[in-house]
Write a new protein. Structure first.
Length: 198
């Protein structure tokens, strides 16, 4: 059953060049997280900048870089930030980013991506935040989890470790509810259609 809802707009969309600049700037920031430790102490993790192609591809997939779009499901602007994500990210990063501005919207989207990298990197990969392909297998499990969770929510995306009975090695398996979304974003990262868009 198709929804009859059509997106609305809060004004004119920013030029693609302005969106590109905002996304590049947001991706290029390093962010530090203060995390609790099992012993009750605190530790700080500093993440490397996000790949600009990842931030740009998600924004393209989500909105086609339309800064003024309001989706039927509540997603706002270029990065299609949900209202609950706005309050969560502003609280986590102790800021007051305005989701209705281009700069605030892409900041919140990049912060959410960083939080997902930290969440899955810490909980599934022992503090490894490398989003690049594994040199042996070519697989990108952390990147896949981050992309999937950006769209489906972290509570719906999992990485389960099991022990291979034959080798005793730990083997990870991703549980991703939206594989076509992940494939689309990764394809956009390679094809960069925004470089030829008007």
């Amino acid at each position: 059953m198709q929804s009859s809802c059509k997106p609305s707009y809060t004004g004119a969309n920013e030029p693609k060049s302005a969106v590109n600049d905002a996304l590049t700037a947001a991706a290029g920031k390093t962010r530090t997280f203060t995390l609790g430790t099992p012993s009750g102490g605190r530790t700080a993790d500093t993440l490397p900048p996000l790949p600009a192609a990842l931030v740009k591809a998600i924004a393209w997939q989500e909105s086609g870089w339309q800064s003024a779009i309001l989706a039927c499901d509540g997603g706002i602007g270029t990065m299609q930030i949900m209202p609950g994500t706005v309050s969560t990210m502003n609280a986590k990063y102790n800021n007051t980013a305005d989701v209705h501005t281009l700069a605030g919207n892409v900041q919140l989207g990049a912060e959410y991506l960083d939080w997902l990298v930290a969440y899955y990197g810490d909980s599934c990969f022992g503090g490894d935040y490398d989003l690049s392909p594994d040199p042996v297998s070519g697989k990108t499990p952390l990147l896949d989890l981050v992309i999937a969770a950006y769209n489906a929510g972290a509570g719906n995306v999992h990485y389960n470790l099991t022990t291979d009975p034959a080798t005793g090695a730990q083997v990870g398996q991703s549980v991703i509810p939206n594989p076509s979304y992940v494939a689309n974003v990764k394809a956009l990262m390679s094809k960069t259609p925004w470089t030829t868009a008007a």
